[in-house]
Design a protein around this ligand. Sequence first.
Ligand code: HEC
Ligand code: HEC
Ligand code: HEC
Ligand code: HEC
Length: 382
Amino acid sequence: MVADLIISSYNFMGCDAFNIGAYDLSLGIDFLKREEKKAKFPFISANLCDSHGQRLFKPYLLYTIDGVKVGIFGLIDKRLKLAKIPGGHKLKVKDPFEEAGKITAELRSKGAQYIILLTNMTGLKCRKMGHRGLPINLIIGSSKKNQISIPLVAKNTYITHLDRGGKCIGYLEVKFLDDDKEKQLSATERYEGKIVDGLYYYNRFVKLKLSMPDHPVIAPKVTAVLEKIKRLQAVKATTNMTIPTKKLAATGDKKYVGVQTCRKCHPQRYTLWQNSAHARAYHALILRGQEFDKECIGCHSLGYGRKGGFSDLHNIGFYANVQCESCHGPGSLHVALKGDPSKIVKKKEPAVCLQCHIEEKSPEFNFQKYFHKTCSLGEKKK
Ligand code: HEC
Ligand code: HEC
Ligand code: HEC
Ligand code: HEC
């Protein structure tokens, strides 16, 4: 469903080359091969092979753009977890560095003047590739970081990467320069860009904001797919998402009691909490229609999938939102013993928050600043 959406959107946008990465194989090679037929753009990979070592896709493409012969080839990282891919035994990944040597030689012999490598390899390996000194002008790689980092140059290769999770659009301008033109570059152009091997590069990333209007053709397709996923998840949630948590009652473990119980003895903390973003975390999912999404619920509720927590997405009950016990741990014993301090967690440490405030979701997280807005009563205590 999502793959079809991506392909039909790329068909619409117009795309010249698509290099296979690890995610594209998550449903197996047979699936990908079927999807390829729906695409109006070529899939490439120079080192993804069948078990006999035969390539499964075209290794490269050769285009003439504005009179310049441009070769584009694709490589997949060797670190592909074949065991996790359906039918992974049918695949073999050849050494990307070796293949790069062969392909660039072939492209050069066919007259390529400018060579681009598309790869899911991350920074370090892209740099290693650059330092090999092969005739690769540009590497568009991948990055594990969430923040866009500045493009690099390794020997004569310009290396940039994609943003994770599609939060930015990358824009790269490449100009062929002769000596005169180089002098003609404006001061801003010089400042913003880089000259590598007689070529001028200007790379920037445009953040996609919610306030930007959606595309009239693509947005309805996205909505339709999201609606469908939501329906499927709702069905699945009632049928098979109930993980047994009953075992617990017998063992006398601590259970979650919910914020309303804590409120009885800690009214001030309750008011603080009620005014915090944590008290609205479940609502944020409802607003997006994603309250049945397993990918989201864990951090936007209390105790999902945990001992003494909940598992049925349709019966969220008092587990909605990030609550006191998200940070203080299950409180049943503390309550039963009339507030025995030794039976409740009180840790003022970033680790408490970092279960949820991971870099990807909370890039600006700063413990001191953030804590101030949660359970910090200053001098008062109750
Ligand atoms: C029956 C009343 C009562 C309820 C209900 C209650 N507490 Fe308490 N809580 C207390 C008392 C009393 C103390 C001890 C205060 C003291 O000694 O300073 C305390 C202390 C604490 C402390 C500080 C522990 C420490 O090491 O200093 C935390 C944290 C806390 N409660 C969290 C919670 C949470 C979370 C809930 C809900 C799950 C909750 N409490 C429910 C009465 C209660
Ligand atoms: C790993 C934990 C985690 C997961 C999983 C997660 N979130 Fe969040 N989410 C957060 C945190 C933490 C914040 C607060 C970020 C901040 O402001 O620093 C947040 C903030 C949000 C906000 C902004 C709240 C607002 O009121 O504007 C929305 C919306 C949201 N998440 C939706 C989702 C959706 C939809 C999913 C599933 C696709 C999801 N989240 C999955 C942790 C998570
Ligand atoms: C976002 C995490 C978080 C949430 C949510 C949260 N707390 Fe806290 N709370 C903390 C941390 C961390 C401390 C430790 C502060 C310190 O040691 O100075 C704390 C301190 C406390 C204390 C005082 C402990 C003491 O004696 O210094 C009490 C009582 C308490 N919390 C109760 C609650 C109650 C009740 C709720 C829900 C209404 C709640 N907290 C929600 C993180 C949280
Ligand atoms: C169980 C997951 C979880 C834990 C643990 C957690 N948070 Fe959060 N936090 C969230 C989510 C989800 C949001 C977004 C809520 C919303 O806006 O809808 C959020 C939002 C916030 C916000 C509001 C951010 C903003 O942009 O205004 C602050 C501040 C915050 N958390 C601080 C903390 C601190 C400090 C801790 C640790 C002491 C902590 N959180 C622990 C999930 C968590």
